[in-house]
Ligand binder design. Sequence first.
Ligand SMILES: CC(C)(COP(=O)(O)OP(=O)(O)OC[C@H]1O[C@@H](n2cnc3c(N)ncnc32)[C@H](O)[C@@H]1OP(=O)(O)O)[C@@H](O)C(=O)NCCC(=O)NCCS
Length: 110
Amino acid sequence: MLVGIVDGEIAGNCQIVFNHRHKTKHRASVAITIISKYWNLGIGTAMMQKMISLAKNQGIMQMELEFIEGNKRARALYEKMGFSIVAEKPNAILLKDGTLLKEYFMVKEL
Ligand SMILES: CC(C)(COP(=O)(O)OP(=O)(O)OC[C@H]1O[C@@H](n2cnc3c(N)ncnc32)[C@H](O)[C@@H]1OP(=O)(O)O)[C@@H](O)C(=O)NCCC(=O)NCCS
């Protein structure tokens, strides 16, 4: 996990999870969250670049992540970093008002 700190305050974090089993050790999954007041400053881009660099150094062949339908900001960041949607899970999220949202799966080959 990497933590971003601005003026002593946590601005966000990200994590990359490596697999240790022989058949899946070529894959790594990533997640990222930035506190809203720090959005659109490039912190997410910098964190993604760092995780891609870490993955390359570990010999990872495929990076993976998920995002929820409607999260345009996340989708824009991930597509900019070279991730593509490969699958979707219907009805993954049920909101209080009854709205059902999909979860999208993305991968980036290194
Ligand atoms: C998604 C998230 C990590 C992006 O972090 P960030 O630090 O704002 O990212 P950056 O500033 O590096 O880049 C944001 C990009 O999204 C674009 N963007 C912002 N709002 C957008 C919108 N409504 N629609 C499309 N693109 C948008 C920006 O233009 C920028 O792209 P650019 O660099 O090509 O101009 C951050 O918004 C976040 O933490 N959101 C809440 C938690 C979350 O959704 N995490 C991901 C779960 S899958």
